[in-house]
Design a protein around this ligand. Sequence first.
Ligand SMILES: [Zn+2]
Length: 291
Amino acid sequence: MPTPLSGDARADLRLIVERCRALLAANGLRVEQVTGVGVSMPSPLDAELGVVLNPPNLPSWHGTPVRRLLADALGRPVAIENDANAAALAEFRFGAGRGSRDMVFLTMSTGVGGGLVLGGRLVRGVASSAGEVGHIPVEWDGEPCSCGLRGCLEAYTGGAAWTRRLARITPADSGVARHAGGAARARPEHVVAAAREGDAFALAELARFNDYLARGLVAIAFTVAPERIVLGTIPTAAGEELCLAPLRERFRRHVWSFLAERIEIVPSALGATLPAHAGIVVALGAAGAEL
Ligand SMILES: [Zn+2]
């Protein structure tokens, strides 16, 4: 269901609670049977206090004590987590991170979010900002980023930033423009589709994407040396030949060989079920399950 955005966060939450009750009733369940409620939502938020801070996409939610309001309305244990951290936990527990102890997850769809699971635990850091790898600088004073800084990884590899770039530079006679139904409508998925057919512009754009993403991954490797780096939507959709293999090759050139051999770079495994698994893994935490 689309998120209700009336401009009044408390009214929006009351509607969400009504929908939850209706969904339970439709499945023959009572709210008392629910052991935990998990909320995966956009950052910034303070997961420990259960309060939303200032999410750009939910302007009226600033300062809303989401955890307390939902716990009061439902009478069940509630936990909230930022969506990148929740997705990292979901991949760690149910997806491509299974069997590892140290894993970094990058969301890679509209923006570039990230989550760190080290020693089997989510690392939140100051202001729940650990793992915000999308804002690692990959060019000093480079392209402007949606966060207000310049040269961030997200400004080069985030889907929204890439879409804006494509609208500016896609040649009208390229395969990308043909797949998009016009150069102005070009998006990353059209680059991937055209690259599969060998379109020169699309291949150059993917090479640029892989090059910048590798810079971010090298910074991650030397900071936390995870066993596994799990990559979200765009690299997963582009696949082995167009993205993962060339990315690993660039990565190997810039990290010590014994590290490159031991750090696996793999696609997300949960696909379209990732948001649901993200909610579930946060609910397990609310219910007191060992993650
Ligand atoms: Zn940024």
